[in-house]
Design a protein around this ligand. Structure first.
Ligand code: NAP
Length: 178
């Protein structure tokens, strides 16, 4: 069975996914006159479900509209239940990442979108990320929530594609070399 864990995320030039206040307004307010989705629809079409960290889940719950057509698994050891109005859209998961993945695969979800900084870092620590599409916004935020963190070994990726959007945003697609 083909099972892949994929990242699709935007970072600042200095590698942050949110600013010092945990905000992403610098990202949401990017001038984008033709609403270019920068490959998001094409990416999400290949995805069966998402796994996102609690912090990212809390951010997206606060948006005016629910963003995802695919089911969301929320990683949290502190939440006891998904808020009532999101229960048809999201499921709480906790525990060991490899066990969580087995459980999600058994439910028939094989290609997974992994989202949230700490969450992506945990998956990388277990070497369970297969692809990363990283959209680089040319702002230096000077601090914030990092996409990457410590690892105990080097993980080698191959760059398979680069695209430029709006003449200013570079998107790189990396695949784990195994
Ligand atoms: N730039 C972008 O494209 C982009 C994309 C996504 C998110 N964001 C931003 O990133 C921020 C959230 O990222 P984040 O790094 O703070 O956190 P996150 O990965 O969204 O959430 C982390 C939380 O998930 C829970 N968790 C449970 N098991 C875990 C495990 N094995 N590994 C990791 N987390 C686990 C923990 O919550 P408990 O304490 O409940 O256990 C942990 O505190 C938000 O500001 C969001 O807006 C930006």
């Amino acid at each position: 069975m083909n099972q892949k864990n994929k990242v699709f995320i935007a970072t600042s030039l200095d590698g942050y996914i949110a600013d010092r206040n945990g905000e992403i307004d610098w990202l949401l307010s990017l001038p984008n006159p033709e609403n270019d989705d920068m490959g998001y629809k094409e990416f999400i079409a290949q995805i069966d479900a998402l796994i996102m960290g609690r912090n990212t889940f809390e951010v997206v719950c606060g948006f005016d509209t629910w963003y995802y057509e695919k089911h969301v698994f929320v990683l949290s050891n502190s939440m006891t239940e998904i808020p009532a109005n999101f229960r048809d859209k999201a499921t709480l998961v906790k525990g060991n990442l490899n066990d969580i993945l087995d459980e999600i695969h058994e439910k028939g979800y094989h290609n997974l979108y992994i989202d949230g900084g700490k969450t992506i870092q945990s998956f990388l620590k277990e070497d369970r990320i297969d692809e990363m599409i990283i959209t680089l916004i040319p702002y230096l935020l000077g601090g914030g929530i990092s996409l990457f963190g410590d690892l105990t070994k080097t993980l080698e990726f191959e760059a398979v594609d680069t695209k430029i959007f709006l003449n200013t945003i570079v998107q790189n697609h990396f695949v784990r070399k195994r």
